[in-house]
Ligand binder design. Sequence first.
Ligand code: MSK
Length: 649
Amino acid sequence: MYESKSADNAASQILEQKPADIDTCFERALKMKPCPIGAMGACCRICHMGPCRLVGKDNGREVKGICGADVDTVVARNVVRMIAGGSSCHGDHGRDMALTLLAVANGKARDYRIKDIRKLNKIASILDIETGGRAADDIARDVATALLNDFGRQIGEVNFVRRAPAKTRKRWEKWGIVPRGIDREIVEAMDRTTMGMDADPDSLLLHGLRVAVANGWGGSMMSTEITDILFGTPTPVKAAASLGIFKEDEVNLVIHGHEPTLAEMIVEVVADPAIVIYANSKGAKGINLCGMCCTANEVMMRHGIASAGGLTNQEISLMTGLVEAMVVDVQCIMPALSELSKNFHTKFITTSRKARILGAVHIEFEEDRAREIATEIIKLAIDNFTRRTRGGSHITESRPVIAGFSHEYIEFMQGGRYNGSFRPLNDAIISGRIRGVVGLVGCDNPRVLATGIHKFLALELIRNDILVLTTGCGAAACGNAGYLIPEAALEHAGPGLREVCEAIGNPPILHLGSCVDNTRILTIAAAMAAEGGLSEEIGGMPAVGIAPEWMSEKAMAIGSYFAASGVPVIFGGESPVAASKEVTRIMTEVWYQRFRGALRFESDPESILSLAIDYIDRAREALKLRKYEPGTFSGERVLMDMAARRASK
Ligand code: MSK
């Protein structure tokens, strides 16, 4: 009997029929026991006197590395390197988006055009760039140039830091973590953590936060904003989610990864009648474009393209035997896909110079030939339709999803175009209808019952009247479980949250996009602080971040920028800093004192839930809000219903 390690129903069904000669991350996770020393952060590999294992005692004293580094230093260095790694990923993503915007403005990426001029003007005004009477391309050139300067700046501040509440910025200034340039902070992190450099855990971790702020309020935030400028700011859209989205009689093309530039062009080209006729000529009824991981979130948010799921579904999707091509760009792509694809007819296509995988077909993406390359890839998939060979395990169930909750739309849905604000949300929190807000985000993970902890927490949080914002593979997990629809409020939410969702017509769990889009949550938190009535800074809000199944260095970077911004964050799984009580104390208690945020690790899902609720209730108490009691609220209903919102447009 196959014991499934995925809580995704469709994934489990396919895995149950998996041929014995095929391995997935689930089997590999069972076989691969984590190194216990590395797992708790106590392995130092930064020079060749070691690797040193900082465990146990030597003559009754703590073991030190050959250079004399103690376990606190080693653990702190390791976690700072994780933050730097994750920030590099999202930083490069932001850089690529800024370079694309510049190319579009300069007429060097002619297949693209700027879709959201309103957003372009908004970002230009934040950057003090003149907009009046100027052509969009001229404004875009200045915006791209200003943001690109954030990477190489040596002195000064990353631009979007100014979007944080003044009190939050004051804390950053006091503790010296205002980022200068994105690249500079990452390089300094690598420098500080080499042999013979910073050996003070607190100093190391403060720099880790500086890198993280450069990521959250720099590279990631610019990525989200530029993507909206180029491809449109999301508004709610209906889509489907599940491994059951593949169609027997159509060409199934999966786009997987993170940067949406190629994916957007593929979305455009598959709608071209000529390419559909070409697919028909090969016997296919059409082209079924599907997303995977965060590329799925990007194209679902803007076009309603269906998602096959998050990280742990990528291999399983190929095992349906229905995928003509899987096209990948960067981040979270399992190299295993290359070998696995050879068991079927699937073409596995890499497209980024930065992420080549042996055995894949490599078609390098160049933005000045975007349409031509997208067409080449789609035709390859179509030509492959006639080659379907090995039968896979196909299932047909799928779940409806409402995605597309950009921070702009969330503001709009609380009052319409002219009266939109975060006042109703703040009031709902003040009245006790909404107990607090949780960002339930991050990866799914085969080390646990994959997607299962996301699903458990999502339901329990909304039952407790906590509004959930979700991104990345957490959003995919909630989508595949059927929780991203308004009806989920009627079925699962507590009485206060249900009332709010009924008035607005939104799901109790809002899909905010990909993992880089966690910055939308920062923007919302800053807007809530500016609105008044709760905390004047992000810290102190009844808000918590949870990444229950995280696996990526990007998650560590994200958790750290939320902690620095004032949000207590709880990560699931074993603690990668468990070897050092001091590092654990700094991240849990000292960061909380200094920034009102924290980053802590808790493997038990029930404990994650009670910790999150405890943070929220303590914040409510400190803000002198009425004690949360389910079903009892103060004040009148303040949220506008659908009719009132339409009238205000
Ligand atoms: S894809 S970083 S597994 S959320 Fe953004 Fe999912 Fe985590 Fe990758």
